[in-house]
Design a protein around this ligand. Structure first.
Ligand code: AMP
Ligand code: ZN
Length: 114
C-alpha cells in the first residue's frame, strides 16, 4: 500500500529499529514506547487490521504469533512475561491502518490495557 507508514517501514523507505525479521513478519521498536520494551509486530503484507484477514490468509496470524514466541525469547522476557495488544478500529484508537500487534514488556504492568 503506497501511503501506508508501516508498508514504508517494510520497504525500508522509513527507518526503524528492527528487532526481528523473517520472510513474512517484521518487528521493530515503537517510536513512542508505552513500556520499557515496546515492539510492534507486523505482517509484511498489508492488512488494515484483524478484520481484514480473510479465511485464505489466516496463516499469517500463526506466523505472527510464532514470531512473537521467538521475540520473547530473544529479548529475554519469556520467563517474566509480556502483553500483546492489537487495536482494531476507531473505538480502540487504531492510528496506523496496517495490522500490528503491540508487544509490551519490561516491568510489571497494571491490570489496565496499557
Ligand atoms: P495504534 O494506535 O495501535 O495504531 O498504534 C500505532 C503505534 O505506532 C503507536 O504506538 C505509535 O507510537 C507507533 N508508531 C507510529 N509511527 C511510528 C514509526 N515511524 N516507527 C515506530 N513506531 C511508530
Ligand atoms: Zn501497510
Amino acid at each position: 500500500m503506497e501511503d501506508c507508514l508501516f508498508c514504508k517501514i517494510v520497504k525500508g523507505e522509513v527507518p526503524s529499529e528492527k528487532v526481528y525479521e523473517d520472510d513474512k513478519v517484521l518487528a521493530f521498536k515503537d517510536i513512542n514506547p508505552a513500556t520499557p520494551i515496546h515492539v510492534l509486530v507486523i505482517p509484511k503484507k498489508h492488512y488494515e487490521n484483524v478484520l481484514d484477514v480473510k479465511e485464505e490468509d489466516k496463516e499469517i496470524i500463526a506466523d505472527i504469533f510464532q514470531a512473537i514466541n521467538k521475540i520473547a525469547k530473544k529479548l529475554g522476557v519469556d520467563k517474566d512475561g509480556f502483553r500483546i495488544i492489537s487495536n482494531c478500529g476507531k473505538d480502540a484508537g487504531q492510528e496506523v491502518m496496517h495490522l500490528h500487534f503491540h508487544f509490551l514488556a519490561g516491568g510489571k504492568m497494571g491490570p489496565k490495557i496499557i
